[in-house]
Each structure stands twice: as C-alpha cells, then as structure tokens.
Design a protein around this ligand. Sequence first.
Ligand code: NI
Length: 392
Amino acid sequence: MTGIETFRDLQAEATTWRRHLHENPELDYRLQNTATFVAEKLASFGINHIETGIAETGIVALIQGEGGEGPTIGLRADMDALPILEASGKPWSSKITGCMHACGHDGHTAMLLGAAKHLAAKRKFKGTVALIFQPAEEVELPSGALKMVQAGIMDRFDISQVYGMHIMPGMDIGKFGIRPGALMASQDDFDIVVKGTGGHAAEPHRTIDPVTIAAQIVLGLQSLVSRRTDPLESLVVSVTKLSAAQAYNIIPDEVVISGTVRAIGSALQDFAEQEIQAVAEGIARGFRAGVEFKYMRSVPATFNHPEKTKLAVAAAQNLVGTASVDDAVKVQMGAEDFSYMLQERPGAYIYLGNGSTAECHNPAFDFDDEALLYGIGWWVKLVETILPCETL
Ligand code: NI
C-alpha cells in the first residue's frame, strides 16, 4: 500500500518542473523546448525506450514492470499552452508575452513525469506502462490526440487501454470526479453566409438586406434547442460571430453567421447539422435571399468505458477514500480531444480538484501545486490497480 504522503518528495520536485514549464509556455505543435525538457527528465529516470517527434513534438515512453507479463496501458498528458496574456501575478508567471499555461497542461505534464519517476524506480507492476505526452490539445482540426492516433501509437506500442486526467477549478484539492458513459460533449462549428443584394443604407427597398435576415436566422436558431430537442438530451447551439459591412451607410451583399454546436451523441450532431441549414435556408428564402452553409465536425464527444471507469474510481478511492471521489459528476458541454484516444481504445478520463482558482482559459488561472500530489498518486494507484504485481 502506498499512502498519499509517499508522494510528498516527488510533489516538491514536480512543483519545480511545473513552474519551469509555466514560465516557458509553448503553443500547439511548436513544443520543442517542452518536449526536450520532458524527454530529458524521462531519460534521467532510467527509462530507455523513449520515442520523440510523434505528431511533430509528441512523446511515447515505455516502462516495463518487473512483475511479469501483462498488457500495456496508456497514460496521457497534454503539454501545450494558450495564446493568453497572463494576469495571475505569480512569481513563476509566463516569460512569453501573450502565451500562458491557462488550462493546467503544465501541471498535467509535471504530474505524469512525477508518476513516471516513481514507476521507473520501483517497477512494481506487471506488463508495461506507456507514457503519452501529446501536443496541441487546444488546437482544432487536427488536434494532437488525433494526430498521435493517426501516427499509429495504439498499435505500434500495443496499448490496450488509455487514461487521461484534467484539473478542475471549483473542485476541492484532493477530490476526484468522473462518470461512466458520456463525460464531455462533441464540438462542431458552422458558417452560414446569407447572400442578399447590397446597396445604399438610405434606400433599403432597392436591396435584399442580409443584416435583417441574419438577425432573424440567429433568433430562429434559438428554437432548435428550446422547441425541437428533447429536454432530457444535451445540445448547445451558440452563435458566436457575426460579420457584415464596416460602414454606417452601406447595406452589404452578405453577412456571415458563425457558431458552435456541442452535443452528446452523433444523432444530435446529425440533427443540428440538418436543422441549422433548414432554418437558415427557410428564413432566407422567405426574404428572397440565398444561403451558403458549411458544417465542420471537430472533436467527438468523450465517452468513458464503464468497466475502465470502475478501475479509475477504485484507484482514486484507494488514494483519498470513498468520500472524496464523486463517480457521478455532471456532464460538461466543453470538448476534450482525448476523446479520439477513447474512440481507439477503452479507457477513462477523470477530473482532479484544483481548489477555488480562476477558471481554465482565464488570464488569472494558475495550477495549484498541491494538486500535483494527488495527480501523481492517482497515476501510480491506477497502474497498481490495473497491473497488480503478484510476484514482487
Ligand atoms: Ni485543458
């Protein structure tokens, strides 16, 4: 048995790594310094199978247990930062203007490194642990998880199941949250170009004004969720961008309406795609305007495998006790690209409390380094739970 305080020394060390990463954030796939830092740490732990440069800057490293034959399980962390100007005021604030770790990926990387150090030193498990450090979680189409899957990591490293973790502001430090089945939504984006006939703003009767038509389309879309979707189903349709003319006295030829759709389940995605187009075309036709419609499927919904979720829950309960693990958290309508890995292999994604910090993607956000203790502990417990060592 390993109690939480077993990991206290590792947490102190992981804190220095986390703050170094926080001071030196990098974006999307351009993680050269971050990936070099991670690979050097892994090598210093005595891990000798390290493959770098997967999906540009991703890394997979293998640690063999000394407890005999067993499967390979994948443990995944994301490494990229966001294009945000930091306002946390912390001494370890970003040294790169306009770039910061505002989603805790610095902490995710440090936690998995901490667990890797422990696992490589003890090797008290059977089978193999595959450490997956991915780039570009924050990037749309194609994101880092998709590119690593497309690079064939699941087959090449014989990974049979995968796990991921994300810190959660607003959840107490030392608490875990998870649920079987749907955990997070899919993300699709759409563009509607309303095509009218422009002209002078003083003579609207000589135009087909796409601005007033676009306004009615935006309102019409609001009824898709409120009037057309089962209230017990989860769908969000948000219009987020509108672009028209740039002058007071011009009625433009066209207006572009853009937005995002979050859904749980592909039937709802199909519904949203068909109905957004139908509403836009129907309203535009009524006013003799035309419509061009584009619907882009981005990140799929995140589904936790029921049996693997039980293993993730057991590992957390072993670490912090039953009362600190919520195994029926609410579904979130945000999206997470770990879903691509869960489409390839069964596994689970868990939330880890970050205390009462600012929200993720907020300029004031900062990772609470006390959460590193629990993150490192959970990864180690997860390996001990899934790959128990009978001989050592
Ligand atoms: Ni994130």
